[in-house]
Design a protein around this ligand. Structure first.
Ligand code: SF4
Length: 221
């Protein structure tokens, strides 16, 4: 098939329609339920690391329903946080990290976490993916959050030619207009779970087949 040049606005419009039947990505679902402060989003993203959305979203809601402010979380023990966020992966480690962040925010920032990328990245347990997602959703800042879905799909498209999510973040920041940055994660997470899957992507049913270079795709459905 002759491919037309990749048109990102058109692609995102079509993908937005294609993912309507599927659940929203966990952090966006958390925001939909009213947990959209920077601190709440950061906590939710830490809980979501290496954990399925189906597990991490209920875990985040259990914790945030019990304690949602930095002060309230700092008053829980690490064991209490752990029991609320289980069975997410690395629950013990994440509980300690969440409690330490809450204590720092209370002690140094009067319980008001600033929208500061370098500060977020200085916290134990917070990487670029979570910092950007929290800043995008919690602060409305332009930020690209590259998880395994965004990394895989944008490389298949030919929009990035990178080996790691960190390299993909830098590549996409150069080529994608800022208004689309946060939407990449919002749309490509459900798209990657249900259509452009890691193994045997559903290319025959894909709304962007005509413009996707299908880089590295050897066994499409
Ligand atoms: S055509 Fe295939 S590889 Fe390309 S985005 Fe669609 S499902 Fe993914």
């Amino acid at each position: 098939m002759t491919k037309r040049p990749f048109d990102l606005p058109v692609a995102l419009q079509r993908i937005s329609a294609a993912v309507q039947p599927y659940p929203r990505a966990a952090m966006f679902a958390l925001a939909d339920q009213g947990y959209k402060s920077l601190f709440e989003q950061l906590v939710g993203c830490i809980i979501s690391i290496r954990t399925l959305d189906e597990v991490s979203l209920p875990a985040s809601l259990r914790l945030l329903n019990a304690a949602r402010t930095p002060l309230e979380i700092s008053q829980l023990t690490a064991q209490q946080i752990q029991s609320l966020i289980e069975p997410c992966s690395f629950a013990e480690r994440k509980a300690g990290q969440i409690q330490a962040i809450a204590e720092q925010v209370v002690t140094h920032y009067q319980s008001d976490l600033p929208c500061d990328e370098q500060l977020l990245l200085s916290f134990n347990g917070v990487g670029v993916k979570c910092a950007h997602l929290a800043l995008g959703l919690g602060c409305g800042m332009p930020a690209i959050s590259v998880d395994s879905h965004v990394h895989r799909i944008t490389n298949r498209w030919g929009l990035a030619a990178t080996r790691t999510p960190e390299e993909t973040t830098l590549a996409l920041e150069k080529s994608v207009p800022k208004p689309e940055w946060i939407r990449l994660n919002e749309l490509l997470v459900p798209f990657g779970k249900h259509i452009c899957t890691p193994l045997r992507p559903r290319c025959s049913a894909c709304p962007v087949l005509e413009m996707c270079q299908q880089v590295g795709v050897s066994a499409p459905r």
